[in-house]
Design a protein around this ligand. Sequence first.
Ligand SMILES: Nc1ncnc2c1ncn2[C@@H]1O[C@H](COP(=O)(O)OP(=O)(O)OP(=O)(O)O)[C@@H](O)[C@H]1O
Length: 278
Amino acid sequence: MTGPFPINFLHFGWIDAADVLLVTVLLYQLYKLLRGSVALNVALGLLSFYVLYLLVKATGMELLTKILGQFMSVGVLASIILFQQEIRRFLLNVGKATALERMRGWSWGRPAEATPLAVGPFVEAAKSLSNKYTGALICFAQASDLTSFAESGDRLDAEISKRLLLSIFNKTSPLHDGAVIIAGGRIQAARCILPVSENPDVPASLGLRHRAAIGLSEITDAVVLVVSEETGAMSLVHHGEVYRNLATAELRTRLNEWLLSSAGSPAASASLKSEAAA
Ligand SMILES: Nc1ncnc2c1ncn2[C@@H]1O[C@H](COP(=O)(O)OP(=O)(O)OP(=O)(O)O)[C@@H](O)[C@H]1O
C-alpha cells in the first residue's frame, strides 16, 4: 500500500497530501500578494487560458492545442515581465524572513549602537504642515534599499529637525516638490520621485501624492507619511495600506510602533550612508 487513502486507481499518499497542501498555501500566498492589484486580473486571465489549454488538450483538438501551447510556452517569460513588481515584493518578503537576514540583524549587520529614530520632529512638522494645508511626503527607509529613489532627487544628508522639514516643504522652497527620504537617522534626499501605484482600488479622492506613497509601499517595506495639501489630513502608508486622517497622537504611536520595531534596519541606511559619504 502506498498511502493512507487509496481511491481505486489513484494512490493518494502522504507525499501527495503534502504536495496539495503546499500548492494550496502557495496559491493563497499568491492571492494575498496580488489581491487589490490589477495583477490579480492578469493572473486570472492567464489561469483561464491554462484551464482552456488543458480542456482543449484533453478533448484532442490538435490545432487549437498547438496554438494555445505556443501561447503557454511564452507564458512564463510574459508572467515575469507582467508581474515584475509583485515578484520583487514576494522576494523581498522571503528575504526578510530568512534566517540569514535575521543573523544579519543580530550580529554584524545591525550596528550595536543603533538607536531608534526619534519620531518627534516628524510628528511636530506634520502637525504644523497640516495646520497650514501644506502638502508633504516623507519616506522612512526600513530593510528595503531606497537608494534608487533617493538618487532621483537632490541629496541632502542632513540632520533631522522640524525646522528643516518645514523649510523643505514650504511651498516657496525649490525642494518642496516630491518626496523626502529618511534613512540612517538622517534626511538623505528631497525632491525624490516615487513609483505611482496602479492599484485600481485606490479611492479617486486620493491624488498623485498619496498614489506615490502607496506605490513605494507596495514594492518596498518603507513607511510613508503624507500630509494632504487639499485637506491637511495626515496619513501613513505601509505595505500598500493607507491609514488616513490620523490624529497627532495616533500618528506618533503608529510611527513609533513601525519604526522602533525595525530600528537600525541594515540595508537602506547603510547603503545610503555609504553613498553619501562617497
Ligand atoms: N510620483 C511622485 N513622486 C513624488 N512626489 C509626487 C509624485 N507625484 C506627485 N507627487 C507630489 O504630489 C504633488 C501633487 O499632488 P496631488 O495634488 O496630485 O496629490 P494629492 O494626493 O491630491 O495631494 P493633496 O491631497 O495634497 O492635494 C506634487 O506636487 C508632488 O509634490
